[in-house]
Design a protein around this ligand. Sequence first.
Ligand SMILES: Cc1cc2nc3c(=O)[nH]c(=O)nc-3n(C[C@H](O)[C@H](O)[C@H](O)COP(=O)(O)OP(=O)(O)OC[C@H]3O[C@@H](n4cnc5c(N)ncnc54)[C@H](O)[C@@H]3O)c2cc1C
Length: 473
Amino acid sequence: METYETDLLIVGGGSGGFGAAIRAARHNPQARILLIDGMRQLGGTSTAGGVNNWEPGIGGPGVHYELYERLSRQPQAIGVAKTVHFYSPEEPYGLSAIDPDSPYESSLRRAAVPREDWRRVHFEPDQMAALMWQMLTEAGVDVRLGTRFREVRVQGRRVVSVVLQPLDGGAAYEVRSRLFIDCSGGGHLAGAAECRLAFGEEPYALYQEPSAPETPSPIVNGITQVFRVSRAASAGIDPLPERAQHPDVQAWLAANNPATFITEYPNGDLCLNTLPTMQGSEFHSMPYEDAQRISQARMAAHWHRLQTRYGFDHYRFHSMFPLVGIRESHRLVGRYVLREQDVRAGVLHQDRADEVIAFADHALDTHGERRVKGPKLGELEQPYGVPYECLLPQEYDNLIMASRGSSFSHIAASSCRLSRSMMALGEAAGVASALALEQGILYPEVDVAEIRRILHIPEFIDKIVQVWALARD
Ligand SMILES: Cc1cc2nc3c(=O)[nH]c(=O)nc-3n(C[C@H](O)[C@H](O)[C@H](O)COP(=O)(O)OP(=O)(O)OC[C@H]3O[C@@H](n4cnc5c(N)ncnc54)[C@H](O)[C@@H]3O)c2cc1C
């Protein structure tokens, strides 16, 4: 097997992987950086998974500003949007439409804001993916798409190399690297290296989270097969595909009548995110391809219902997104685990407040089955942060994880998983990598204050204090 060498290898080019690669490359242009992803485009869940929407939320002082600014110079690529139809039992969908009068900054706050004032950002996935590609290649990152991570080799407290498999039928090859970042979402690299991972709801006794159930369970946040429909000139109904007529699919639809969150693209098409398409535990109990097939059949049936019952006859089915939208799977049990208490305490008062490197303010928010206490965990009053050690596994010193699979409890993950927060985690991992390479050290030795200084975290906290009128004592 051919063997190559690099300085930093990043597995996964979603929000976290993009953030990691761009920051590492810009901060340390000499570093050799290789980013791989199994999909054919960058952006992961936020592009290929159809989550073409940054929910209202604190983004942090990150690269999302640049993505927005550069995309807004392209026609029909991105827009700020607001809810124009709220969910009701009679009309079980929410609709978020482009609002040309809303500035980008208005999308950067959710906690303690009335839902009528929430603003979000809708974008064209192919244009977002192409811009990510352009920015990474401009910065000198070696990006290899259609390439899957397959195996890992470790020695003591170090990951030594990974085996990569091109999906076009090329030969597998080995890459040795000084540092590794796992941005694969579900912790695939960390899992293969036998890092401690968690799955499902933690019991109260583990972290004393106020909303945790008494006993553990395999329940994880529900999954969604997102799909797109296009505006049509005249009314009409798409034919119901055979797969959607299957009695199991129809029984699922009758039993669930799920709600749908709909976002409008700048060109007037719609993106449909059904809540959820399948319970998370059910999805993870079967092979991915089987779960995807069932999910797509359910969504075809659901679309038929939306057209015939809820007035969406001026749209026609366009496509299912190639990546199933997975909100939660395995999570790292790292040097620090972010818990519900941190989320609720807020950025000034949470444990390890001085080590925070990224922010979130989304509701504690799960879809589908749940045993956490209370029907809905609810909105937050202020933002909180993610401490650096949530990225560090206990077992290795040259591996870091920056994605929805970082070291969060099930409850904390339900809040901080949003795309812009994941990008910010990646950015912190990228800066940590650049510093480690520069100084010849490993992740646990990197000075967190230096990461925070480079990312302008202290100034950003001053801004949060002002915007949310927070008391420092
Ligand atoms: C249905 C749904 C709706 C959501 N709604 C919103 C929303 O409205 N707004 C919002 O901001 N957030 C939303 N989220 C959350 C957010 O989209 C995700 O949590 C976030 O995009 C995850 O980013 P990530 O970088 O951690 O992972 P991903 O974006 O999933 O990236 C992981 C990447 O790793 C790659 N990969 C995995 N394994 C391998 C391997 N072995 N080899 C090579 N590559 C591999 C994958 O192909 C993928 O590209 C939603 C999520 C879902 C699923």
